[in-house]
Design a protein around this ligand. Structure first.
Ligand SMILES: [Fe+2]
Length: 206
């Protein structure tokens, strides 16, 4: 499937950004199936000290064009008890550290507390009618005491808000925190040097 078709199928054709390229649909389906079979409701995780509310809807979180390994995260959102029910129009807020393990800003609060050019590697995406989501950024760095990770806060009508984190397969420090395998994502570099991974999330009903 070519890039245009892939994005159109996801419902993101109009917000395509330059580095999003095709992902094999069959392998995505396989990952979704295996994750759904093995995992229940996605475990929550700490919010951490760097959540900033009010971030923008955005497909490419790297608004300051920081250097780093390009990465595309896609996935699907399901209702936890009904593993076949995709959740449409959910809001997935994402924030993460830069390649050096630093957040922008290093703080919390609301976006209005900061100058616009101090805010990056944050934003939200919505799931489409099939529960699919996608965003691109740079691979988060590590900072002392934590494995490499993305933060998610997911809000959807009829479901409990989930604050969680997703992690990187092959990062030995995930063992330090006893992280369940359902949130450890197998990011693989494609032929263009872009990391790609699929994170399937299951929300609990209200
Ligand atoms: Fe963090």
């Amino acid at each position: 499937m070519d890039r245009k078709k892939f994005l159109k199928n996801l419902g993101f054709g109009l917000v395509a950004t330059p580095i999003i390229t095709s992902i094999s649909c069959s392998s995505k389906d396989d990952i979704i199936k295996s994750t759904t079979a093995a995992c229940g409701v996605t475990k929550s995780d700490m919010l951490g000290p760097y959540y900033v509310s009010g971030s923008s809807q955005i497909t490419n979180l790297n608004t300051q064009n920081f250097s780093g390994d390009k990465i595309i995260v896609s996935g699907k959102l399901y209702g936890g008890e009904d593993k076949s029910k995709p959740i449409a129009n959910a809001m997935i807020e994402v924030w993460h550290a830069d390649s050096d393990g630093i957040y922008h800003p290093v703080g919390d609060g609301n976006v209005s507390d900061y100058k616009a050019d101090k805010i990056t590697l944050r934003g939200f995406v919505n799931t489409n009618a099939e529960g699919d989501y996608i965003f691109e950024s740079i691979r988060p760095g590590v900072y002392p005491g934590r494995p490499r990770h993305f933060h998610y806060k997911i809000t959807a009508n009829g479901y409990k808000t989930l604050v969680t984190q997703i992690y990187f397969k092959g990062d030995p420090t995930t063992a330090d925190e006893d992280i369940d395998s359902c949130r450890i994502i197998d990011f693989k570099k494609d032929t263009n040097g872009i990391y790609k991974g699929i994170a399937v999330i299951h929300l609990a009903s209200n």
